[in-house]
Write a protein that binds this ligand. Structure first.
Ligand code: PBG
Length: 340
C-alpha cells in the first residue's frame, strides 16, 4: 500500500536545485577528493611511561592498553612504533617515592631514569624524535609541578631555576625537544637561555602554553602516582572557562622562544585549538589526554561505542580544529589503522 507521503517515483519530476551538496558525497572516491582534514602518521606523538627495573610492563588500570615499561621493554615498544611510521615519542617517568623530594633534585640527575632512557632510545632508534616533559610533579614529594612553600604556595621563580637544570640535563642526554608542562611564568625564556648557554642551541621547545587545570588528567596521575598531595593545580594551570587567556599564554611563550605551542586537553578545548591556530604561524600541538583515552576505552569495553571509529573521528576533529600534531595514547593503534 502506498501512503500519501510516499512520492510516486515514476511520475516524479526532479527539482531544479542549483546547489546540491550531496553531489560530492555520492561515493568514497568523491568524498576523498573533497576531504578537508587529514590525519596522518606523521602527526602523531606517542606518550610513553618509563619506570625502573627490567623485563616488566604494568598496565595502567585506568588506561587499558597503556603500560609503564621498564627501559628494556620500552625500547622494544619504541622500535615497534618506529616500524609503524611514528616519528616522535613523549617521555614520562614514574619514580619510586624514595626518589622524590621537595625540590625535585632527581629531575636533573645526569644518570636519572629520564636521562638514561633518552640515551638508550637515541642509541637504539636514533631517528626517533624524543620529546621530554619538563615539570616537577613526577619528582616532587608533593606531586605539584613547582616547589611548594611553607604556606603551601607554588613558588614561581625558584621552580623555574629547577626547570632550567632539568631541561639542560635532558638536552645533554640527547633530547631533541623539551616540553615544559608546568605553567610557571617565564619558564620558556629561562629554559631557552639555559639551553643556549649550555651550547644546546638546536634543542627545540614545545611549550605547553594553554594547559588547563583539568579533571581529564586523572588517569595520567594514576600512571605516575603523581597526584598532588594537597590542593589542586589551579594557581598555575588555566581555568577551563577561559579562551582569550590562552592567547596571552601563547603570545608570551612565542616571545620567549617557543618553537611549537600546545593546547591541552584537546577534546573539550577544540575551540581553543582553533583560536590558537588562527593566531600563530608556529606548529600547534594538541594533547589527547589520559581522561579522553580512558572514556573511549571504557565505553568501548562496554560495547557502547565502536572504538576504532570513535578514535579516528576524535583525532580527525583535532586536525580539523587546526592542530598540526597530536599527542595520543592511541598513536600506535591509529598508525595501524592508517596503514590498513
Ligand atoms: C605534568 C603533566 C600532566 C600531564 C602531562 N604532564 C598532568 C598534570 O598536569 O597534572 C597530563 C597528561 C594526560 O593526562 O594524559 N606536568
Amino acid at each position: 500500500m502506498t501512503s500519501s507521503l510516499t512520492p510516486d517515483l515514476k511520475t516524479h519530476q526532479s527539482r531544479s536545485l542549483p546547489r546540491r551538496p550531496r553531489r560530492l558525497r555520492r561515493n568514497p572516491a568523491l568524498r576523498k577528493m573533497v576531504q578537508e582534514a587529514h590525519l596522518s602518521v606523521e602527526d602523531l606523538i606517542y606518550p610513553l611511561f618509563v619506570t625502573e627495573g627490567e623485563n616488566t610492563r604494568v598496565e595502567v588500570p585506568s588506561m587499558p592498553g597503556s603500560y609503564r615499561y621498564t627501559l628494556d621493554l620500552l625500547l622494544a615498544e619504541v622500535k615497534e612504533a618506529s616500524k609503524l611510521g611514528i616519528c616522535s615519542i613523549a617521555l614520562f617517568p614514574a619514580l619510586p617515592e624514595d626518589k622524590k623530594d621537595a625540590t625535585a633534585t632527581e629531575s636533573y640527575n645526569p644518570n636519572g631514569l629520564v636521562q638514561r632512557t633518552i640515551r638508550a632510545i637515541k642509541e637504539t632508534v636514533p631517528e626517533m624524535i624524543v620529546i621530554t616533559d619538563v615539570a616537577l610533579d613526577p619528582f616532587s614529594d608533593q606531586g605539584h609541578d613547582g616547589i611548594v612553600s611553607e604556606t603551601g604556595e607554588i613558588l614561581n621563580d625558584e621552580t623555574v631555576e629547577v626547570l632550567v637544570k632539568m631541561a639542560v640535563s635532558q638536552a645533554a642526554a640527547g633530547a631533541d625537544i623539551v616540553a615544559p608542562s608546568d605553567m610557571m611564568d617565564g619558564r620558556i625564556g629561562a629554559i631557552r637561555e639555559g639551553l643556549d648557554h649550555a651550547g644546546y642551541t638546536n634543542t627545540g621547545i614545545l611549550a605547553y602554553s594553554a594547559k588547563y587545570a583539568s579533571a581529564y588528567y586523572g588517569p595520567f596521575r594514576d600512571a605516575l602516582d603523581s597526584a598532588p598531595k594537597f590542593g589542586d593545580k589551579k594557581t598555575y594551570q588555566m581555568d577551563a572557562a577561559n579562551a582569550r587567556e590562552a592567547l596571552t599564554e601563547i603570545e608570551l611563550d612565542i616571545q620567549e622562544g617557543a618553537d611549537m605551542v600546545m593546547v591541552k586537553p584537546a577534546l573539550a578545548y577544540l575551540d581553543v585549538i582553533h583560536l590558537v591556530r588562527q593566531n600563530t604561524n608556529l606548529p600547534v600541538a594538541a594533547y589527547n589526554v589520559s581522561g579522553e583515552y580512558a572514556m573511549i576505552k571504557a565505553a568501548a569495553e562496554k560495547g557502547w561505542i565502536d572504538e576504532e571509529k570513535i578514535v579516528m573521528e576524535t583525532l580527525t576533529s583535532m586536525k580539523r580544529a587546526g592542530a598540526d600534531l597530536i599527542l595520543s595514547y592511541f598513536a600506535k593503534q591509529v598508525a595501524q589503522l592508517l596503514a590498513e
